[in-house]
Design a protein around this ligand. Structure first.
Ligand SMILES: O=C(O)CCC(=O)C(=O)O
Ligand SMILES: [Fe+2]
Length: 242
């Protein structure tokens, strides 16, 4: 782990973002994949271009039901995340969720993308504190960041591309949350990847895996950690019996 997030800041983006290539070990990655794979079948929601699990539950009117995250999703990821200060001078308490209402993420989305699958450019909306922590598993993939035109439409081409390798952590904050959109292209192979097109190129673990700018897509699973602002007082149990 870096001594502080300053060491792993992604340059060139409009607000603070960080990339830690080796955030979890191969063993930890495998434990997570086993847990995800053995989740009860109804946990998966199949969408047209990806499938997803929502933990501890879906949001109701932008609010989370009070049930905690299961331990396999919190340990070791959340303590590790909170143990990394934003800057060395800021002190050890000053971590990335220091300003969020619950001081840590309370919600995890698990997305799985097969080659050729993706997610349209979008904003994550008002339900969450504007810090997004994404742990990637199994394969690499590009997160593309788009601006908006004056009429509100999304620009055709991404302004920035962030490459996320397996076992990495990507943290995005601020305007990247509120002003810009993010998406994953529905392609089976990326081309034209390199230091001039990938803004976290100098932070990658394995840039040598990209040959002539090409990278083949494989199944990639992501864990997206966020803090839902509103937590319902009603117990999950009560709501489950609706
Ligand atoms: O899988 C990812 O890395 C992105 C997912 C995403 O943007 C979302 O679920 O809102
Ligand atoms: Fe998103």
């Amino acid at each position: 782990m870096p001594a502080s997030l300053e060491e792993v800041r992604i340059n060139g983006l409009p607000s603070f973002a960080y990339y830690i290539a080796d955030f979890i070990s191969k063993e930890e990655e495998q434990v997570l994949l086993d847990k995800i794979e053995t989740s009860p079948k109804p946990r998966w929601k199949q969408l047209s271009r990806r499938r997803l699990q929502t933990w501890p539950s879906d949001l109701h009117k932008d609010a989370l039901l009070g049930s905690p995250l299961p331990k396999w999703l919190t340990e070791p990821i959340i303590p590790r995340l909170l143990s990394c200060p934003i800057s060395v001078e800021g002190g050890h308490d000053h971590h990335i969720f220091g300003d969020s209402p619950h001081g840590q993420p309370n919600h995890v989305l698990i997305n799985e993308y097969l080659p050729g699958q993706g997610i349209m450019p979008h904003k994550d909306g008002p339900a969450y504190h504007p810090v997004v922590c994404t742990v990637s598993l199994r394969a690499s993939l590009c997160l593309d960041i788009y601006g908006s035109k004056e009429d509100g439409a999304t620009e055709e081409d991404p302004r920035w591309r962030v490459l996320q390798e397996p076992r990495s952590l990507l943290i995005t904050t601020g305007d990247l949350y509120t002003e810009y959109l993010h998406g994953i292209q529905e392609v089976k192979e990326y081309t034209n990847l390199g230091p001039s097109t990938i803004c976290n190129w100098d932070l990658l673990r394995s840039p040598h895996n990209i040959i002539d700018g090409r990278l083949e897509r494989h199944t990639r699973t992501s864990l997206t950690y966020r803090d839902v602002l509103k937590v319902s007082r009603l117990s999950a149990k009560l709501m489950g019996k609706r």
